[in-house]
Design a protein around this ligand. Structure first.
Ligand code: HEC
Length: 144
């Protein structure tokens, strides 16, 4: 039992040295971040920007492995799929594709359930979902 415990401690300490870094803040490029109505931006900032922008609030435990592997992977993947900080660098076609996906994404899996366990305030109310969906449909329509 004692040996197992020591092995676990050594492993835990050891994995802290595995390099896996995702920068919390990457400066915005001029004109690239999304401009949306205030109420839409407020919801996106609260519930989506930790993973879908270049500005992530990493809580302290997200620098402790193995939790850090999950949180950083989510941020890395989230940014890769959709990054509101780079919104205006996307083609209209790409913007439209994302805008069309937003209503479906927030109905099913966004924000990620594992994230909501810890970030209770990021949960979207029915009103938030409607605000986001209405905005996404209108913005997609304007692009056509
Ligand atoms: C904890 C991190 C996290 C949060 C918070 C989060 N997402 Fe995501 N999102 C991801 C990841 C990871 C993916 C890619 C994998 C997937 O589709 O499941 C993704 C994918 C998406 C996609 C699909 C993009 C594509 O290329 O198909 C949309 C749309 C989306 N998210 C919208 C949102 C919206 C809107 C919010 C806020 C209400 C949100 N997400 C909050 C991590 C997150």
């Amino acid at each position: 039992m004692k040996k197992l415990l020591i092995a676990i401690i050594i492993l835990f300490v050891g994995i802290q040295f595995i390099p896996y870094d995702v920068p919390a803040n990457i400066p915005d490029k001029q004109g690239e971040p999304l401009q949306a109505p205030k109420e839409v931006e407020a919801i996106l900032k609260r519930s989506c920007y930790d993973c879908h922008s270049n500005h992530t609030n990493f809580p302290w435990y997200s620098s402790v492995a193995p939790v850090s592997f999950f949180t950083k992977m989510h941020v890395k993947e989230g940014r890769k799929h959709l990054n509101f900080s780079k919104w205006n660098s996307y083609s209209d076609e790409k913007k439209a594709k994302y805008l069309e996906k937003i209503p479906k994404a927030i109905k099913s899996k966004m924000p990620l359930p594992s994230y909501l366990l810890i970030h209770k305030d990021a949960k979207l109310s029915e009103a938030d979902k409607k605000t986001l969906s209405d905005w996404a449909s209108e913005a997609a329509f304007d692009l056509e």
